[in-house]
Ligand binder design. Structure first.
Ligand SMILES: NC(=O)c1ccc[n+]([C@@H]2O[C@H](COP(=O)([O-])OP(=O)(O)OC[C@H]3O[C@@H](n4cnc5c(N)ncnc54)[C@H](O)[C@@H]3O)[C@@H](O)[C@H]2O)c1
Length: 286
């Protein structure tokens, strides 16, 4: 089956980036969120990104218009009825994802692959909320989507080889670099390593060993990472790190090393979620 139309669920940081890269290579895209203000914000972010590419001479004005013309924003779930591939990027909440997959299973053709951009959660459990677990797969993009090359393709217990193949080919068509995660385990490859590293950075800060600035500086200069852990958490969203770490703690036998630091719990309780809203670690510290 040829993929022509891609359905994207969620118009947030990841959803709008995914919609953009799909439209840029020629797919028709239906991007759905639950409220029009979120849809409009997502469309505006895409327009802003493409506008900057035009300014830098990397994209023509015509290509920008054509790309935007291929993206339809909507709040109506029924608008995804005839899509050929689904990429889900709603909040990192397992119950919500299961609900959304149940809805998509009832709405789309039975041969349509339903993929999830979850950062950590079980593909197998999400798949179990559908009648097509062989067609459910992880497709984990990185933030910001238009700039980051990696996509982890994650095989759930029942994901078929054909589903992996189609997802792999789509990833390559988007100009991304796919890697195969053969087993469905919390955090896959990158977040299995990265989130514990961020939690360790918070603990080093909590213990008064070093300032946030110096921890960030040390990781950038010592490990050659482009961003320090606090800068990274502020960019990607403290809520995601919180949910992922709590998920590790629950799933990985309550291991103490996965205990969420209190400083992060308090940031979540105070709703200082980061994601460049000016509410992340650096703002809190001031
Ligand atoms: N932010 C990152 O760096 C990053 C990186 C990789 C993967 N992810 C994963 O991508 C997913 C989305 O993260 P995000 O950062 O884009 O979050 P976000 O909060 O920016 O966006 C999520 C969007 O989903 C919408 N939504 C909620 N319920 C919905 C529904 N039923 N249908 C459609 N939309 C719905 C929300 O209104 C919101 O606009 C999460 O699973 C997250 O773990 C995030």
């Amino acid at each position: 089956m040829e993929i022509k139309k891609v359905g994207v669920l969620g118009a947030g940081a990841m959803g709008n980036g995914i919609a953009q890269v799909c439209a840029q290579v020629g797919y028709e895209v239906i991007m759905r969120d639950i409220a029009d203000e979120f849809v409009q914000r997502g469309l505006k972010t895409i327009e802003g990104f493409l506008g900057k590419s035009v300014e830098k001479g990397k994209l023509s004005e015509d290509d920008k218009k054509a790309t935007l013309g291929r993206i339809k924003g909507t709040t109506e779930i029924a608008d995804l009825k005839d899509v050929d591939f689904v990429i889900e990027a709603v909040l990192e909440d397992l119950d919500l994802k299961k609900q959304v997959f149940g809805e998509m299973d009832g709405l789309t053709r039975p041969d349509v692959i339903l993929s999830t951009n979850t950062s950590s959660m079980s593909i197998t459990e999400i798949a179990a909320s559908t009648k097509r677990p062989d067609k459910v797969v992880g497709m984990h993009f990185f933030n910001p989507v238009p700039l980051m090359r990696l996509v982890e393709v994650i095989k759930g217990l029942e994901t078929s080889d054909d589903t992996v193949k189609v997802t792999w080919e789509l990833t390559e068509k988007l100009g991304k670099l796919p890697v195969l995660v053969k087993k469905d385990v919390p955090g896959f490859i990158v977040n299995r390593m990265m989130v514990p590293q961020c939690m360790e950075a918070i603990k080093i800060y909590e213990e008064g060993i070093a300032s946030m600035e110096d921890i960030d500086k040390a990781v950038k200069a010592g490990l050659n990472h482009p961003m320090g852990p606090f800068e990274l958490m502020d960019l990607t969203g403290l809520d995601i790190h919180y949910h992922v770490n709590e998920y590790y703690h629950r799933e990985l036998n309550q291991e103490l090393k996965y205990l969420t630091p209190f400083t992060l719990k308090n940031m979540i309780r105070a709703n200082k979620l980061g994601r460049k809203t000016g509410e992340g670690w650096y703002k809190y510290k001031k």
